[in-house]
Every structure is written in structure tokens, then in C-alpha cells.
Design a protein around this ligand. Sequence first.
Ligand code: GDP
Length: 139
Amino acid sequence: MAGNITFTMIKPEAYQNGHAGKILDMILSKGFRLSAIKILNLTSKQAGKFYEVHRERPFYGELVGFMSSGTILAAILEKENAVEEYRKLIGSTNPANADEGTIRKAFGQSIQMNAVHGSDSDENAAIEASFFFSELERC
Ligand code: GDP
């Protein structure tokens, strides 16, 4: 059975450019419920741990540098079949290939600065949500 939570981040360039409100509006108007939210600045060590699975990929260092370069907004979203539904809403990794109406199409600048993160499986959604939020911070 598909899970009902996913984890998202509004990445530094999108937050810096003032797009957080519009992105949250797109998320909420698609029927997701916010069950946790915060803004923070990741250290490079924290960003490196979050993206550990990409350690061997050539862009790992650059990605970690980017994700620790400024404020991000982290949130847990709730909806039936949340992971798949949210991946549809965010669009392709490369904004140039993202469909109209997706968050990455609207706000992504490049394959790296693609506005938002979205979990790619129920298992990772649970791991990522717990990485950022304690039980007490979740409603
Ligand atoms: P996602 O699940 O759609 O976010 O994509 P991936 O899990 O494949 O990659 C994680 C993140 O790494 C992406 O969201 C991008 O920010 C970044 N990324 C992916 N591919 C590339 C690439 O080819 N070059 C660079 N610089 N960054 C990339």
C-alpha cells in the first residue's frame, strides 16, 4: 500500500528568490496537508549526509555546496499516495524537461537549481522526514 507522507525542501535559490509562498500555494492547492515545516541553513556536513546516496555521482560536491549555500524550507506533506503525487507536481529533475504546471517548470533554473526536492520512495520519505523533524515537531 502506498504511504501518505512525503518530504520536500524548497532549495536555496528558490527560497532566496522569494518563491516559497507561491510554491507552498501550489502544494496546498493540490490537496497536500502540511504536517511539519521549518526554515533552516544546512551545514555542508548535514547536506552531505542527506545526499549520501549520491556520493559517487560527479555532481555530489557541487550539490552539497549548493544545498548548504543558503536558507531552505523543509516540510513533511501528507496526502494519499503522497510520494507519487508529489513527484508529479514537481516535474522532471531537469526543469527544461518538466511539464507545464509543475513546480520545477515554473521555478527551476537548472538541473541543480531545480527549486524543490521530493522524496523518491515511501522508505526514503520516512528516512528524510525523520532526518529533519522530531516526533514533537510533527502534527
Ligand atoms: P531528483 O530526485 O529529481 O531530485 O533527482 P536526483 O535524485 O537524480 O538528484 C538529486 C539532486 O541532484 C537533483 O534534484 C539536482 O539538484 C541534483 N542533480 C541531479 N542531476 C544533476 C546533474 O547532472 N548535475 C548537477 N549539477 N546536479 C544534479
